[in-house]
Ligand binder design. Structure first.
Ligand SMILES: Cc1ncc(COP(=O)(O)O)c(C=O)c1O
Length: 436
């Protein structure tokens, strides 16, 4: 089966003349793709490309589209703000409303602060941790992504086990050309989900360590959930040693529960970073924590911080996702996908791991159980996944172009699941029929 995407191909050829790499974000085109599909418009769970092809979308705009595309109520809130003006370099009453709401929702939030992207918000949290503790080192974990800035971008996506060094003393891998060698000087890198290694490191360096930053669920790379008790133990260890715990909830925030992973797991960090799903697709991010920590003399600047357009979008998004049944329904939808995929896996005898967590689900070929840490990623059969991805795209199901992590929105329906599972069955038949 082949879909026609000539217009996308032409647009990409044109873009390459004027736009570096042909795309505005390195993530808009996967390395293995000759050209990306160009979006025309979206509605609900669906997007249409410039050649008129329709797709059920599981990319969720990298996470932000928690309400699906072009949500009527969200559009209305944003349009009303456009009429009143989009940016004044003055506070608005709406910022008070939003801040109050966030403090009610997020367990660790006594006060909040705003930025425009997750990268910026994590930089603010690093600065806050250093200002509050008077210490400089930060522990981060292999495979966890906290943004593209120099100091955040260490050991995010090492390409081989060999390049990572020994597990008990990992090397610090830089991620980009042009990144300062010294950007990792104050960073300690550890494997995730291993409380003993964390404890030993903290014992040795506690007088230098300002904070531990973690994604509470490791949703970058192939997703990995925390082992039972791991987040709790991390909380206790950091508390006992005057080290701040930062949860980077840029992915989990508002997606796994209204109050994020800290609500779901019942573990309260000192600081949280949130972005992505927060405003249903509009660029706003933030940090939250205790008044004492946030008032450590750090004054984050930012031209577009809490701009009224994004604030209006965030208030509308929180109103909508706060309605009864929202998270239960998303969990039901992703459970249906998980159960359907697992049924197909046993029917076609395919070795895979599929799991779900509220509005997020995952599918990794080549493994039959959950992974523990980033180093397990190398066991995943990426080649089979990319083949699967391409065949699904050709049939109108858009998965992630590079890894097995997928988002749904409040707009995804049982009909979408039926169609998706039918497409999966067709593709499994084609790829693995000899095993059926
Ligand atoms: C966990 C996590 N933290 C931080 C970021 C960076 O956020 P942004 O792309 O808004 O700068 C991302 C982006 O994907 C992320 O997944």
């Amino acid at each position: 089966m082949e879909i026609h995407t000539e217009t996308s191909k032409k647009l990409f050829q044109e873009a390459q003349q004027y736009l570096v790499g042909g795309v505005a974000s390195s993530l808009h085109k996967a390395e293995h793709e000759e050209y990306p599909i160009y979006a025309s418009h979206g509605k609900g769970s669906r997007i249409w490309d410039v050649d008129g092809n329709e797709y059920i979308d599981y990319m969720g705009s990298f996470g932000p589209s928690l309400l699906g595309f072009s949500h009527t109520e969200l559009n209305k809130a944003v349009c009303e703000q456009i009429e009143r003006g989009t940016h004044f370099a003055l506070p608005t009453e709406s910022v008070n409303q939003l801040s109050k709401r966030l403090v009610e929702i997020i367990p660790c939030a006594e006060v909040v602060g705003y930025q425009s992207s997750g990268t910026e918000a994590n930089l603010v949290n690093f600065r806050l941790a250093r200002a509050f503790t008077g210490k400089s080192k930060i522990i981060k974990f292999e495979g966890h992504y906290h943004g593209w800035a120099d100091e955040l971008s260490i050991s995010v996506k090492p390409l081989s086990l060999k390049s990572m060094g020994p597990r008990n003393k990992p090397w610090k891998c830089l991620e980009s050309a042009g990144q300062l060698e010294s950007s990792s000087d104050e960073i300690i890198v550890l494997p995730w989900n291993d409380i003993e290694i964390l404890e030993k490191t903290i014992k040795r360096h506690k007088h230098e360590i300002a904070a531990v930053i973690t994604e509470p669920v490791m949703y970058n790379a192939e997703p990995i959930k925390p082992l039972p008790g791991y987040l709790e133990a991390m909380r206790q260890l950091t508390k006992d040693n005057d080290i701040l715990l930062i949860f980077d909830e840029v992915i989990t925030g508002f997606r796994v529960a209204l109050g994020g992973a800290q609500e779901l797991y019942g573990v309260t960090p000192d600081l949280v970073t949130f972005a992505k799903a927060f405003a249903g697709g509009y660029p706003i991010a933030g940090v939250a924590g205790s008044r004492e920590i946030l008032q450590s003399g750090v004054h984050p600047a930012g031209t577009f911080n809490a701009n009224p357009l994004c604030v209006a979008a965030a208030i509308a998004t929180l109103d909508i996702i706060g309605r009864p049944g929202t998270y239960e329904n998303m969990q039901r939808i992703t459970d249906r996908i998980k159960d359907g995929v697992n049924f197909l896996a046993s029917r076609y005898r395919v070795n895979l791991w599929c799991d779900s967590q509220v509005s997020i689900w995952q599918l990794s070929f080549g493994i039959d159980g959950p992974m523990r840490e980033y180093r397990d990623n190398f066991k995943v059969d990426k080649k089979t996944y990319l083949d699967f991805y391409k065949r699904c795209l050709d049939r109108g199901v858009r998965l992630h172009s590079g890894r097995g992590r997928f988002y749904i929105s409040t707009a995804h329906t049982d009909k979408d699941v039926d169609k998706t599972l039918q497409v999966f069955e067709d593709v499994f038949k084609e790829m693995f029929n000899n095993h059926a």
